[in-house]
Design a protein around this ligand. Structure first.
Ligand code: NDP
Ligand code: OXD
Length: 307
């Protein structure tokens, strides 16, 4: 079995080392040391090599990330399975980030940090978690996981997805028809949607106007889902109180971008969650085993639905 890895070199070195024990029969090559491309069975990459058509024996393309929208599907062989990364380390990272962000917004930390800068010792009435309505857009692997600690903390939780969900304690809203009702009860809105034609630019003025006045946003999906100017306008008008933004378009933002210095925006450089080398390797090998046994792989992208 021949695996080609084309991504962050340090993780590649670690994987190469671990594979010697875990799967000694495998040949693990790290880009650009491709060898004979016609011998490569599995490609693990954020972006495939430009000469992908030379990889005539390729069986599966694995994304190193949880998202797989970065691929140009028109340039990939139509039958080539594309698999995104689902692994517990990446999920835990997102759970930490979203819990941190929701607690920060729930306890109005952007407002208190601004007061600190102004040397203003001023307490505001606090709200119990049970009266804070949290809405998660995208109730997939990550969305479902982030809901668990939020439920435990006592937040009033709902989720919005394409198909109905049955998560105890979480109100399920489905599709375009129920988006308005979902937004109307989201004091803190969390975006964990994949980037598709339907979700591009979804975080815009129209959507913000349907949230309760003074709502907050946590955006950890994909940069192209957020309209920057519309977010700034919503913060300016008070329709939104604050935002925690992990993903933007472009990344990084230009030095003069308003997000860098906005007092109501916490900006992080796409670090909400990262695949962890050891658990990601375990997940990759499990999927290869599944593929070789003819079993369904975890995270297989359904091209027609776009994620
Ligand atoms: P999943 O594919 O498991 O879940 C996607 C969810 O979004 C599903 O619930 C799906 O609905 C829902 N959805 C998709 N399209 C629509 C739509 N048009 N309307 C309503 N709901 C929709 O993905 P993950 O949870 O694993 O990851 C989500 C995203 O998080 C990734 O695609 C990536 O963009 C982002 N991410 C960001 C990271 C960061 O560091 N900032 C790190 C990792 C991921 P249904 O269940 O009905 O299919
Ligand atoms: C990913 C990401 O998709 O880091 O894994 O955003």
């Amino acid at each position: 079995m021949n695996i080609l890895y084309k991504s962050e070199p340090e993780r590649g070195r670690l994987w190469a080392e671990r594979l010697k024990t875990l799967l000694p029969e495998a040949t693990f090559r790290q880009w650009p040391d491709v060898g004979d491309p016609t011998k490569i069975d599995y490609l693990v990459a954020w972006q495939p090599p430009e000469n992908l058509s030379d990889f005539t024996a390729l069986k599966v393309l694995f994304s190193v990330g949880a998202g797989a929208e970065q691929f140009d599907y028109a340039a990939l062989p139509p039958e080539l399975p594309v698999v995104r990364m689902i692994e517990p380390g990446l999920t835990s990272g997102m759970v930490e980030y979203v819990t941190f962000a929701v607690l920060g917004l729930h306890r109005e930390m952007p407002r208190y940090f601004q007061q600190q800068r102004e040397k203003n010792w001023l307490a505001h009435a606090s709200l119990p978690a049970a009266r804070r309505r949290v809405g998660v857009m995208g109730v997939g692997k990550l969305g479902e996981a982030v809901l668990q600690p939020l439920l435990q903390l006592g937040f009033d939780c709902a989720g919005w997805s394409r198909t109905p969900k049955n998560i105890p304690g979480v109100a399920s809203f489905v599709g375009e028809a129920q988006l308005g009702a979902f937004l109307a009860r989201s004091d803190i809105l969390i975006c964990l949607l994949p980037l598709t034609a339907a979700t591009e630019n979804i975080l815009n003025a129209d959507l913000f106007s349907q949230l309760p006045p003074g709502a907050s946003l946590v955006h950890a999906g994909r940069g192209k889902q957020l309209n920057h100017q519309h977010l700034l306008n919503a913060l300016e008008s008070g329709q939104l109180a604050a935002a925690v933004v992990d993903v933007t378009s472009p990344e990084p933002l230009p030095a003069d971008h308003a997000f860098w210095r906005h007092p109501a925006i916490w900006l992080t450089p796409h670090i909400a969650s990262q695949a962890q080398p050891e658990s990601a390797l375990t997940a990759l090998l499990e999927n290869i085993r599944r593929f070789e046994r003819g079993e369904p792989m975890h995270g297989l992208v359904e091209r027609e639905r776009g994620y």
